[in-house]
Design a protein around this ligand. Structure first.
Ligand SMILES: *Cc1c(COP(=O)(O)O)cnc(C)c1O
Length: 454
């Protein structure tokens, strides 16, 4: 091949700062509200859950926030991550488009999640915190925080959504290998878990419920704080190291993307690749199309309501304005567990409202089909979540083919699927079905949204 396939940044070029898009927004995102008073929450309201450094990052409007050196030192285990040009996929599709992908599966946990798990654990350790609680769906976030906790001497307790706990024993084994304790949610260890189990002892669980359990433990124990793997402003900001590296790597390649694609569960890997590029545009740079791809079975951005809602099912969190399917909505048990969340990051939702990003939704079988084609052409087996981004990029490449346009497409390959091979087995044996979400359950969940005066 005449042009290079792999673009590697030198360690010395790894970003020194996170990019905070709140500095460049044409209009600030709506305030986070206290559910009781409906007044904006202040740093003190969040102090039982998070260390002050992270709370300050959450509300900061500084454009650049330095990455602490001990955090960068851990990042050097796998960062800068590679950028690839997908020559063989381009050829397979017969597209005039150039396709690039940033590969985050090189991290120890196999996804982008350690990019925020490591700084979150570090800031907590700096604040003298000894225990962290969290939730996990498929187990990507739980294993990332377990890894980060092991590095900085923090005990990690993970509430894992019941269906995933049963279906994915290897992710649980990974968490336990890193030293974390893993509990199936809903559990008997919290009031919110017990309340759910009383109504339905066989409840499959959901991210919303697992968040309630983890938050409840942190809120009621002085030595324990809570860590969230997506959705929050500071989490999205930690992921911007992805897009900053991609900007430098595409410069090496002599290219500039016209379209950027990412999958969205809570919105963090999408924000990670897209926000640095959107920031360039907001400061007067090139306008690009930015496409968020979500599962058709849990379509918060494309079918949800932009409204104030709780982040959890037990209603322990503050209210944020976001695209939501309702905090009591239980998404069907499709295979991209990391995308089964009822809401969307407030910053991603805000950008959607401002018309700065687009969103599409695809069913899981077509995503797996795209993932298998990608694996056969490029060698990497994507995580089921990442298959949504793969399909989004392929759809863009096929549009370029129809329109005869040689556009440049960049997508985030946010993780590998080595722990998700049971999903690939289901796909290969024809057992994967496309589950539409339940319209009546969605209507009920949306009817239950908290009422917040405009
Ligand atoms: C957790 C996860 C997601 C979804 O979370 P975002 O915050 O939307 O990025 C997507 N892909 C992978 C591989 C994940 O582990």
């Amino acid at each position: 091949m005449s042009t290079p396939t792999k673009f590697l940044l030198d360690e010395s070029k790894m970003p020194t700062h996170w990019y905070n898009i709140q500095a460049d927004l044409p209009k600030p995102a709506p305030a986070v509200l206290h559910p009781g008073t409906l007044q904006p929450v202040g740093p003190d309201d969040l102090a039982p859950l998070f260390p002050m450094e992270l709370i300050l990052q959450e509300v900061s409007t500084e454009r650049e926030i330095p990455i602490p050196e001990p955090v960068r030192e851990v990042f050097r285990l796998w960062r800068p991550s590679p950028l690839f040009r997908a020559h063989r996929l381009e050829k397979l599709l017969g597209t005039p488009a150039k396709i690039y992908y940033k590969y985050e599966g090189v991290s120890p946990a196999g996804s982008h999640k350690p990019n925020t798990a490591v700084p979150q654990a570090w800031y907590n350790a700096q604040a003298g915190i000894k225990k962290l609680t969290t939730e996990t769906g498929a187990g990507q976030w739980g294993s990332s925080l377990a890894f980060a906790g092991a590095l900085f001497g923090i005990d990690v307790t993970v509430f894992q959504v019941r269906v995933s706990y049963d279906q994915k024993p290897y992710r649980r084994a990974l968490m336990e290998t890193y030293g974390a304790r893993c509990i199936a949610s809903p559990s008997n260890e919290t009031n919110s878990g017990r309340a759910i189990l009383e109504k339905n002892p066989n409840h499959p669980g959901s991210l919303g419920i697992a968040i309630s359990e983890a938050v409840e433990i942190a809120a009621t124990h002085d030595d324990t704080k809570y860590a969230l793997g997506s959705v929050l402003n500071h989490v999205l900001m930690h992921q911007t190291i992805i897009g900053q590296e991609a900007i430098a790597q595409l410069e090496m390649a002599g290219d500039d993307p016209d379209v950027i694609v990412g999958c969205t569960g809570g919105g963090s890997n999408f924000a990670g690749i897209a926000f640095p590029f959107i920031g360039q545009q907001l400061r007067g740079g090139k306008k690009r199309r930015i496409v968020a791809v979500e599962p058709a079975a849990c379509p918060s951005l494309t079918r949800g309501k932009y409204a104030y809602d709780f982040g959890d099912t037990g209603h322990l969190t503050p209210l944020t304005k976001m695209h939501t399917l309702g905090s009591t909505f239980t998404p069907p048990g499709f295979h991209a567990g990391g995308l089964r969340y009822h809401g969307m990051a407030p910053l991603v939702s805000h950008l959607k409202e401002l018309g700065l990003i687009e969103a599409v939704a695809y069913h899981q079988t077509q995503c797996f089909q795209a993932g298998v084609s990608f694996a056969r052409a490029e060698g990497i087996v994507p995580a089921p979540e990442a298959n949504h981004a793969v399909l989004g990029a392929i759809e863009e490449a096929m549009r370029c083919k129809r329109e005869g346009k040689a556009e440049t497409i960049l997508f985030n390959l946010c993780g590998h699927g080595h722990f998700d091979m049971s999903a690939y087995i289901s796909y290969a044996s024809g057992q994967l079905v496309d589950q539409p979400y339940d319209e009546s359950e969605l209507a009920m969940a949306l009817a239950g949204l908290p009422s917040v005066p405009a």
